[in-house]
Write a protein that binds this ligand. Structure first.
Ligand SMILES: NC(=O)c1ccc[n+]([C@@H]2O[C@H](COP(=O)([O-])OP(=O)(O)OC[C@H]3O[C@@H](n4cnc5c(N)ncnc54)[C@H](O)[C@@H]3O)[C@@H](O)[C@H]2O)c1
Length: 375
């Protein structure tokens, strides 16, 4: 039985760190949790319209009951398009407008999914060279991945996540109960990042997910508490050793993301959610691991079966593959040997492999075409 007071600590390599509090139904008690963590000051709040409509009143009432003053709030439209330089600037404009010559102590609260966490983290990083920031992630992806580890930023017309900074939050509060209102497709997508932690780090956790993924999809409290806790523990262990992705360890978190990002971009971010694209990318990376004799083919079958049972896409259309491959070929570095992929040595152990023969990459994609059973 999981404890109903769960927390994970992120210890940063050069000292300092922060807690991740994992609770069930705590949005209306956020103020008292912040007091307990000695977070003082006035609040600038960032959220999106959907999440704010569901949880805004409870959060506001709870903050005020604990004596916090919400000085300003910025509520963005839901969706990836909101992760823009224009919205980052809009937040900064509001912060500057609050300046009245008094020395205010302000901190940011980011209530929402990965979009709000990423843009809000970057606002906190850049305003007055950094003000404290509290992440209150409400999507499964944000609770298990994006709210932890300090990667913040916005998109640029030239590419996703091109502008940003490493900036760690002061506190993360994951309220598992908020996942009850999440679209089931978003729950399945978030689960891909959870499976990723099992694949790169923890074989026993992967086996747990094979048995219990249905309980997670049903949003059972105990199963959610376990998967969010273990995911945060793995992410904290990785970030604690390689905060800025300089030692190759944090790169392992990109399992499935090379093909995944390319698939998202090739389909204009409309066809697949991030997690769905990463599921296909993970299968391609696993297929390559088998093709390079790193991994027994039975492991590929286990991963494919888990993704199928979760209800994730595992194959793509020929048109999508063609577009994806054309885009990859335009990247000359990629095709002339300098590519890098996270591959699996076994379930629970991954490493970065460079310079993979492009023919194998192409075959990996072909093996995941609709109608092709040769994988
Ligand atoms: N910083 C990192 O380390 C990191 C890691 C992975 C992904 N990301 C980023 O995260 C973003 C994706 O995050 P996401 O999947 O959470 O997307 P999102 O923030 O767009 O949320 C997905 C949708 O779910 C809604 N939603 C969120 N919580 C809800 C709730 N409790 N109930 C009902 N609806 C809710 C949102 O309004 C939105 O419509 C991408 O921009 C990606 O680049 C960042």
């Amino acid at each position: 039985m999981e404890n109903d007071q769960t927390s994970v600590h992120v210890s940063l390599p050069h000292g300092g760190g922060y807690p991740i509090l994992i609770e069930w139904g705590c949005i209306d008690r956020l103020g008292s949790l912040l007091r307990r963590e000695s977070i003082e000051g006035e609040v600038f709040l960032l959220s999106d319209r959907k999440v704010w409509g569901l949880y805004g009143d409870a959060l506001e009432a709870g903050m005020e009951a604990s004596g916090y003053r919400i000085l300003e709030k910025l509520i963005l439209e839901p969706g990836e398009e909101s992760k823009s330089l224009a919205n980052w600037m809009a937040a900064l404009d509001r912060l500057v407008a609050l300046e009245d010559g008094t020395a205010r102590s302000l901190f940011l609260v980011n209530l929402g999914g990965g979009v709000i966490g990423d843009i809000g983290g970057f606002v906190a990083a850049s305003y007055r060279r950094g003000i404290p920031c509290v992440q209150v992630p409400t999507s499964l992806l944000a609770q298990v991945d994006s709210s932890v580890g300090g990667k913040t930023g916005v998109n640029h017309p030239g590419g996703k996540n091109l502008i940003g900074a490493f900036y760690q939050p002061r506190l993360v509060v994951a309220d598992l109960k908020t996942l009850k209102t999440l679209d089931p497709r978003e729950v399945r997508s978030g689960l891909v990042e959870v499976v990723k932690y099992g694949l790169i780090w923890d074989a026993a956790f992967f086996a747990y997910l094979e048995e219990n993924f249905g309980r997670v999809l049903d949003l059972e409290e105990e199963a959610l508490r376990k998967v969010v806790r273990v995911s945060c523990e793995v992410k904290a262990a990785v970030v604690g050793r390689d905060e800025k992705e300089q030692k190759g360890l944090r790169t392992l978190l990109n399992l499935g993301h090379t093909f995944g990002h390319a698939l998202e971009a090739a389909t204009q971010y409309r066809q697949y959610t991030h997690g769905e694209a990463v599921a296909v990318g993970t299968l391609c990376a696993t297929w390559i691991s088998v093709a390079l004799d790193m991994l027994p083919s039975a492991h590929y079958a286990r991963i494919l079966s888990l993704f199928e049972r979760i209800g994730l896409p595992t194959r793509v259309s020929e048109a999508e593959t063609d577009r994806l491959w054309e885009a990859m070929k335009r990247d000359k570095k990629f095709i002339h040997g300098r590519n890098r992929f996270v591959l699996l040595d076994e379930i629970g152990k991954a490493r970065v492999v460079e310079d993979i023969d492009p023919t194998i990459l192409e075959q990996a994609l072909e093996a995941h075409l609709h109608g092709n059973t040769d994988s």
